[in-house]
Design a protein around this ligand. Structure first.
Ligand SMILES: C[S@@+](CC[C@H](N)C(=O)[O-])C[C@H]1O[C@@H](n2cnc3c(N)ncnc32)[C@H](O)[C@@H]1O
Length: 291
């Protein structure tokens, strides 16, 4: 079987299984198997695959056909240009969360031009560590704390941090939200991509998400806003006077979240859209804060 034949047959198979972008998925898996950039495949369409290569691609395509996410099969994804290892213990980082990271490091870098003290960040629900690691890399003077309930997620987050040379700069804390934060810690930025899918919607998510992302990373309670309520109620004592809370949220949740925060005496400074023009990120500060 040639490279081109493998691509054509696998694409057809994945399309029948209802996988989105079957040709692209096939090419990415074949490139992964052959350890070469995807574009190289185009120069090798006529090359005959060896028997182990044929077995290899069959196995990978079979897994993808069973709706295992591509990122789990290849073992990683890209987040803010960083390779982040993923497995079943963590949410696969999403492109929209890159906007949250960027909003976070822009704020911290502005702050550092005004204030020589190292800034402090808390990543609430760190999962793979993607946000904490991106912030540590982009803000070399920041002290980063990252909390998660899951020891397995934290183990992977630590590995990711070590891979990117920032393990010493991030304090990974296991526990339930602020209960895990050391007494007296105060943050310039509390950043979170919390679970925000309404419980009743989880069953109808894409199989890749429903069956492979951990439920504790998805389930935001009846209306998806449980963590928004929690952050609105509990964050204030942990925020420095000029600090910000930045939060990702789900489709249709912007107004509900705004009301929750305003009722708890927050100023909602901005609601920002993602790449598909959906409101996705909230930036808030305390009513009596400055700057
Ligand atoms: C949606 S995932 C986000 C992971 C990562 N920050 C990202 O953006 O890809 C939410 C994470 O919050 C964690 N989590 C859920 N409840 C928590 C709690 N009460 N305290 C700390 N972490 C929690 C979950 O284990 C999960 O890793």
């Amino acid at each position: 079987m040639t490279v081109l034949e493998a691509i054509q047959r696998s694409t057809e198979f994945l399309a029948k299984k209802g996988v989105d972008s079957p040709r692209l998925q096939t090419e990415l898996l074949l490139a992964h198997l052959l350890k070469q950039p995807r574009m190289r495949l185009y120069l090798e369409f006529e090359r005959v695959l060896t028997p182990p290569e044929v077995d290899g691609i069959r196995e990978l395509i079979k897994r993808r056909g069973q709706r295992e996410p591509l990122q789990h099969i290849v073992g990683s994804t890209s987040f803010c240009g960083l390779e982040i290892a993923v497995n079943r213990d963590v949410l696969i980082p999403r492109p929209e969360t890159e906007l949250l990271a960027e909003r976070g490091w822009t704020f911290l870098n502005q702050l550092s031009t005004l204030n020589p003290q190292p800034s402090t960040v808390l990543d609430f629900g760190t999962g793979s560590g993607c946000l904490a690691i991106a912030l540590a890399r982009k803000c070399p003077a920041a002290e980063v704390y990252a909390v998660d309930t899951s020891p397995e997620a934290l183990a992977l987050a630590r590995e990711n941090a070590a891979h990117h040379g920032v393990a010493e700069r991030i304090r990974f804390l296991q526990g339930d939200g602020f209960a895990a934060v050391p007494e007296g810690a105060r943050f310039d930025l509390i950043i979170s991509n919390p679970p925000y899918i309404p419980s009743g919607d989880i069953a109808s998510l894409q199989a890749e998400v429903r069956d492979h992302d951990p439920r504790r990373a998805l389930d935001g309670g009846t209306d998806g806003l449980d963590y928004g309520r929690r952050l609105a109620a509990e964050s204030a004592p942990f925020l420095k006077p000029q600090g910000r809370l930045m939060l990702e949220f789900g489709d249709g949740q912007a107004e509900g979240l705004r009301q929750i925060f305003q009722a708890q005496k927050w100023i909602v400074e901005a609601i920002e859209e993602d790449y598909t023009h959906q409101p996705r990120i909230m930036v808030a500060r305390q009513l009596n804060s400055h700057g």
